[in-house]
Design a binder for this molecule. Structure first.
Ligand code: GLU
Length: 430
C-alpha cells in the first residue's frame, strides 16, 4: 500500500487543528439550536456538547526498516444514554482530538436520525496509511486495539471503518480483540469481511444510503435521476460506489475527484473505466493529464452535487458559486454553517451529512444484530431494511424542515438529538 506520491492533497489542506475546532464549534451551535427549538433546558446542551469520555493512546509500531514509530490515537464516546456507543476509526494525518470529538457527536446524531439503539463514538489515528506497508498497518491496527481494549467492547463501544480504514483492518482489529478476550468476538467491530461475520451490503451501505437520499431529494424537486448530471467529490468507498450506482441508474456522472485533482466531462465520464483503475485509497486522477482542481469541480454546472471527501469544502467563499440544485453530503461536515445559510437562501436543497451518510452505520447495526443472533441475512434483505430506514428518516427530516420552517440541517439535528435527550432524562442524568 506504500505510495510515493508527493502531489499536494487538494481537498485535505483545510483539515488543520483550527478547522477541526471550528467543526466542533459549529456542531455545538447546531445542537444548541436544535435543543432550544425542542424546548430542552440548557443543562441538556451542557451534557451533549462534549463527549462523555475521550481516550488518548500512544501506539508503538515496529516499522519495516526496524525502527519504532510511536503513533497517537483517540477513541471518543459521546453519549451512551441510548445504548453502547458506535462509530468508525479513521487513519489520517490530519486527525486531531477535536475532530474525533466532533465526529463522535455526529455519530450520536446519525444514530438518532435512523433510530438505532446506540450513542455515538469515534476513533482516529494520526498516520498516513498511503505511506505504510501492509505489515505496518497490521501492527498499527493491532496496537490500537490493545491500547483501547479496556474501553471498548460489543456492549460498550463498537468500532467500524471510516476514512482510509477497510474490512482488512477491521479483521485484524477483531482478531486482536478476540485474542485478548480469549473467544471469537465478531460483535466487537463492524465492517468485517463476510467470512468473519461481516454483513452483506455493508461495503456499499454508505453509498446505497446516499443514493436513496438522492432519489428522495430528486422526487421532491421533480428531477429524474436518469439523465441528471451529477458531480461527486471524492472517489473513496462512498464516492466510488455512489458513482457506480448513479451511473447504473442512468445518471450522467460529469465530474469526480480524488485528493490530487478532478476530472470533468460534460458528456459523462466513463465510470466503469475509472472504477477499474482506482487504487485502494480511491486515487485515479493521477493517471490523467487534463485535470481540474477540486475547487473548480464543486462549482461545475450540474443538477446534483455530492461532496464525498472531507470536511469544510463548501464555505462562504464558494457557496454563491455552487450551481447544483441538490447538494447531498456523503462526507462528514463538508459544508460550513455560513455556507448552509447561503445555499438555503438560494433555494438549494441540502441533504445534510448526518442523514445522507447514515447508511453505513445503519448496516453496521444490522451486522451487529446478525453477530448477536448468529443468523445472517441475504443482501436483498439488508437492502430492503436499509431502504425502509433511510426513506423514513428522509421523510421525517424533510417534513420537520417544512413544518418548523428550519433548514434541513437543523431539522436533522432536531430529529437526531431528541431520543438521546429523552433517554438521558429518563436515566435521571438531566
Ligand atoms: N464511519 C462511518 C460513519 O461515519 C460508519 C460508522 C459505523 O459503521 O459504525 O458513519
Amino acid at each position: 500500500m506504500a505510495s510515493d506520491k508527493t502531489a499536494h492533497f487538494q481537498n485535505e489542506t483545510d483539515s488543520s487543528e483550527s478547522s477541526a475546532s471550528n467543526l466542533l464549534e459549529s456542531t455545538r451551535k447546531v445542537i444548541k439550536e436544535a435543543l432550544e427549538k425542542l424546548g430542552y433546558p440548557d443543562e441538556v446542551y451542557e451534557l451533549l456538547k462534549d463527549s462523555l469520555r475521550m481516550l488518548k493512546v500512544r501506539i508503538p509500531v515496529r516499522m519495516d526498516d526496524g525502527s519504532v514509530k510511536v503513533f497517537t490515537g483517540y477513541r471518543a464516546q459521546h453519549n451512551d444514554a441510548v445504548g453502547p456507543t458506535k462509530g468508525g476509526v479513521r487513519f489520517h494525518p490530519n486527525v486531531t482530538e477535536d475532530e474525533v470529538n466532533a465526529l463522535a457527536i455526529w455519530m450520536s446524531i446519525k444514530a438518532g436520525i435512523v433510530d438505532l439503539p446506540y450513542g455515538g463514538g469515534k476513533g482516529g489515528i494520526v498516520c498516513d496509511p498511503r505511506e505504510m506497508s501492509f505489515r505496518e498497518l497490521e501492527n498499527l491496527s493491532r496496537g490500537y486495539v490493545r491500547a483501547i481494549s479496556q474501553f471498548v467492547g460489543p456492549t460498550k463501544d463498537i468500532p467500524a471503518p471510516d476514512i482510509f480504514t477497510n474490512s482488512q483492518i477491521m479483521a485484524w482489529m477483531m482478531d486482536e480483540y478476540s485474542r485478548i478476550d480469549e473467544f471469537n468476538n465478531p460483535g466487537f467491530i463492524t465492517g468485517k469481511p463476510i467470512v468473519l461475520g461481516g454483513s452483506h451490503g455493508r461495503e456499499t451501505a454508505t453509498a446505497k444510503g446516499v443514493t436513496i437520499c438522492i432519489e428522495e431529494a430528486a422526487k421532491k424537486r421533480g428531477l429524474e435521476i436518469k439523465d441528471s448530471r451529477v458531480v461527486i467529490q471524492g472517489f473513496g468507498n462512498a464516492g466510488s460506489y455512489l458513482a457506480k450506482f448513479l451511473h447504473e441508474a442512468g445518471a450522467k456522472v460529469v465530474g469526480i475527484s480524488d485528493a490530487y485533482g478532478a476530472l470533468y466531462d460534460p458528456e459523462g465520464l466513463d465510470i466503469n473505466y475509472l472504477l477499474d483503475r482506482r487504487d485502494s485509497f480511491g486515487t485515479v486522477t493521477t493517471l490523467f493529464k487534463n485535470t481540474i482542481t477540486n475547487k473548480e469541480l464543486l462549482e461545475l454546472d450540474c443538477d446534483i452535487l455530492v461532496p464525498a471527501a472531507v470536511q469544510n469544502q463548501i464555505t462562504k467563499e464558494n457557496a454563491h458559486n455552487i450551481k447544483a440544485d441538490i447538494i447531498v453530503e456523503a462526507a462528514n461536515g463538508p459544508t460550513t454553517i455560513e455556507a448552509t445559510k447561503i445555499l438555503t437562501e438560494r433555494g438549494k436543497l441540502i441533504v445534510p451529512d448526518v442523514l445522507a451518510s447514515s447508511g453505513g452505520v445503519t448496516v453496521s447495526y444490522f451486522e451487529w444484530v446478525q453477530n448477536n443472533q448468529g443468523y445472517y441475512w441475504s443482501e436483498e434483505e439488508v437492502e430492503e431494511k436499509l431502504r425502509k430506514v433511510m426513506t423514513k428518516a428522509f421523510e421525517t427530516i424533510y417534513n420537520t424542515a417544512q413544518t418548523r420552517n428550519v433548514d434541513m440541517r437543523l431539522a436533522a439535528y432536531m430529529v437526531g438529538v431528541r431520543k438521546m435527550a429523552e433517554a438521558a432524562r429518563y436515566r435521571g442524568w438531566v
